[in-house]
Design a protein around this ligand. Structure first.
Ligand SMILES: Cc1cc2nc3c(=O)[nH]c(=O)nc-3n(C[C@H](O)[C@H](O)[C@H](O)COP(=O)(O)O)c2cc1C
Length: 432
């Protein structure tokens, strides 16, 4: 049976997405401390074991606070190249910024990951948001969104041309040789002669994913991507996103439905819903809320004082997404996700919003609290709607919660017939 009839579950391998109480929770539960790189390799092992379609590694190209909450993990392509040697099946999707990289260099690095992993590599193209990171790359300031996406579009044109203009060919003498053609790209921003001197893997080139949910981001996704990392907190918003993406795909001459949106999801699970809620409360108990409160809206450049953590959230002060789409800092889709989440919950407190936006991990992505059976029902409902290809899962409490998911939820999903029961052995691109 082809993989596409199954849900795609990717394992997000970034400790930055952990619940803010996860480190305290691990320590209290007697989980031994591991080095940052050991934790990355552990994600790899879980990736194969849980039959995940891919490991999905985000990238933050700069320091976000010292001490670093995530322990300072290796750069994604380097990390995944190492992980490729310890895994057999799981896809390996690395994030890198089109704003800060040079396309020829990135084409080489990703093609190398693709070789090392025998066709399991993917590239998540992002344009990056934190203004100060630009200062690490000889820029006086961050490019605005329009400029970033113009660059992303030309960047991906170059990347694909470099990857496509090469082949391994079996010659009449029986030997396989690597051939590649120049691309002679002369664009507004890039001048690249080519050819790329790295031979293709068995999937030809890495899968291209995209993350960035504004209109300009969706346009770039529609032109270049084969998978999109999104933020949809309800089935209704997933349907709306799908319609928007499908229209953009048609404008690009591509078939509607040909690019699966994959929203982020943070599961909090237990044998019963009550147990899951208790676990979440236990994790919450390790968080110091007041110091992280300013980041809840500050990450979007929205200045609403949130001094009293127990007060009702000032909903009336929150700007409507359409009014701030052009000016918002950080990820527009994440703001829309948070905005909708708040509108759907009249009477939420400041602490609830801080928990949703930053404390409980995974940015503003949907948090699911429920039993093992509940999450299988939830996945089945989203799957049957047909508006998403699956989920990028971010596990709140790290290794323990991934283990629990693999032991308890994966067998239930297989029984339900919506998840593969054997490892995927096809190249990553063919799985989507
Ligand atoms: C789900 C999601 C994940 C993202 N992951 C990253 C990342 O790992 N690194 C990064 O630099 N930017 C990341 N971004 C930021 C986007 O590339 C983009 O710069 C940002 O979302 C602003 O564009 P937008 O308004 O079109 O969303 C992510 C965006 C989304 C929606």
């Amino acid at each position: 049976m082809p993989d596409r009839r199954y849900l795609h579950l990717n394992l997000v391998a970034n400790d930055i997405n952990l619940h803010q109480g996860a480190h305290g929770y691990e320590q209290a539960s007697g989980v031994p401390e591991r080095s940052t790189f050991e934790r990355l390799l552990e994600y790899g092992t879980f990736g194969d074991e849980g039959l995940f379609t891919a490991l999905f590694v985000g990238d933050i190209p700069g320091m976000q606070g010292s001490p670093a909450f995530d322990g300072g993990p290796a750069e994604p392509i380097t990390a995944l190249t190492a992980i490729s040697q310890h895994t057999k099946h799981v896809g390996l999707i690395a994030t890198a910024s089109t704003t800060f990289y040079d396309p020829y260099n990135l084409a080489r690095l990703l093609a190398s990951l693709d070789q090392a992993s025998d066709g399991r590599a993917g590239y998540n193209a992002v344009t990056s948001v934190i203004d100060d990171f630009a200062l690490n790359y000889s820029l006086a300031k961050h490019l605005d969104r329009e400029q970033r996406y113009q660059r992303a579009d030309e960047f991906l044109d170059v990347l694909r041309a470099l990857w496509d203009n090469r082949e391994l060919r079996r010659d009449p003498d029986g030997r396989t040789r690597f051939y590649a053609e120049p691309i002679n790209h002369r664009g507004k921003l890039f001048q690249v002669a080519g050819p790329l001197n790295i031979a293709p893997s068995r999937q030809g080139r890495p899968l291209i994913a995209q993350a960035g949910g504004s209109g300009a981001g969706i346009k770039v996704a529609a032109k270049h991507a084969e998978m999109v990392f999104t933020n949809s907190s309800t089935r209704e918003s997933a349907a709306v996103y799908r319609e928007t993406l499908d229209k953009a795909l048609v404008d690009e001459g591509r078939a509607p439905g040909s690019v699966p949106p994959i929203p982020g999801l943070i599961p909090y699970l237990g044998r019963t819903a009550k147990e899951a809620e208790e676990k979440l409360r236990e994790l919450d108990g390790y968080v110091d809320w007041a110091p992280i409160a300013p980041f809840a809206l500050g990450q979007f450049g929205i200045d609403i004082p949130l001094d009293d953590i127990t007060a009702p959230f000032p909903v009336e002060a929150l700007p409507v997404p359409a009014d701030v789409e052009k000016t918002i800092k950080s990820t527009f889709g994440n703001y829309v996700g948070l905005y909708n989440w708040i509108q759907e919950r009249p009477g939420v407190t400041v602490r609830d919003v801080v928990a949703q936006a930053v404390g409980r991990g995974g940015a503003t992505h949907r948090k699911f609290v429920g039993s093992y059976d509940d999450i299988v029902d939830d996945f089945a409902a989203w799957h049957s709607d047909g508006n998403v290809g699956g989920f990028n899962l971010m596990f709140s409490a790290g290794a323990q919660s991934i283990r629990e998911f693999i032991d308890e939820v994966v067998p239930r999903l297989i029984d339900r017939g919506i998840y593969r029961s054997t490892p995927a052995d096809r190249p990553l691109r063919e799985r989507f």
